[in-house]
Ligand binder design. Structure first.
Ligand SMILES: C[S@@+](CC[C@H](N)C(=O)[O-])C[C@H]1O[C@@H](n2cnc3c(N)ncnc32)[C@H](O)[C@@H]1O
Length: 220
């Protein structure tokens, strides 16, 4: 049986997904009010950032399963994640890391969120497959060593391109890059999408309508 479908991991993901729904609903309502006031989503806005500090805002379970499946398909052994939050996507990536004899490097701005994520990875029995980094991904991912097989972009949307450029020199041929939330902030994601979709970018890239829509790119 693969690790994602083991009872320990599958039951925990079901429970965390339900917790996320309950916790996030009032927070998202508050954020929507603020977005209406601002006329746009600005995740650097202090009120929005403070509200989201208590939110899971996770990948959906089908989107997480896609991450796991893609990481298994390319035999990913070094997986990098931008935006740990409470660790739901990290659990999916760590399940693939375990099955591929690899590891996940995940990075998060908020210490409290990182602590919750670490506890969730412990509950999943996967904490040994994860290296947690704290701080701005544009800095914490600068000293990556060796090749990266899989990159998941799920932090603040305006930063996707700059985080991608930090990791890109390490992405091997056949490396998979998944960028989440195309539907949530299309304007903020445009610079990143233009980069990976450009002819001659070195990437094959396609939108996948799962969850809040994701861009799947493979280094050619
Ligand atoms: C959408 S949530 C991540 C959800 C998580 N991937 C999951 O599926 O469970 C985005 C997270 O990125 C973090 N973040 C935002 N900007 C960041 C940065 N510059 N460096 C590291 N983490 C960042 C936020 O604090 C937030 O917890």
């Amino acid at each position: 049986m693969n690790t994602l479908d083991s009872p320990q991991v599958a039951q925990l993901l079901q429970q965390l997904s339900a917790d996320a729904h309950t916790t996030d609903a009032p927070i998202i309502a508050k954020v929507r009010e603020r977005v209406a006031q601002l006329g746009k989503l600005d995740d650097a806005d202090p009120q929005i950032a403070e509200a989201l500090g208590g939110a899971f805002i996770p990948v959906s379970l089908p989107a997480g399963r896609l991450l796991y499946t893609l990481a298994c398909a390319n035999g990913a052994r070094t997986l990098v994640e931008f935006g740990t939050s409470f660790g739901l996507s990290t659990i999916h990536l760590a399940a693939a890391a375990k099955d591929n004899s690899g590891r996940v490097i995940t990075t998060e701005l908020h210490p409290g969120k990182q602590a919750r994520a670490r506890a969730h990875l412990e509950a999943a029995g996967l904490v040994d497959y994860v290296e947690f980094r704290l701080g701005d991904a544009r800095e914490t991912l600068r000293d990556l060593q060796g090749e990266v097989d899989f990159l998941f972009l799920d932090g603040w949307k305006a930063l996707y391109l700059s985080v991608f450029e930090v990791v890109a020199p390490r992405l091997r041929r056949g490396a998979v890059v998944v960028a989440d939330d195309l539907d949530i902030a299309p304007d903020l994601l445009r610079p990143y999408l233009e980069r990976v979709r450009a002819p001659g970018s070195g990437y094959a890239s396609v939108e996948i309508t799962i969850g809040d829509a994701m861009e799947l790119s493979v280094r050619c």
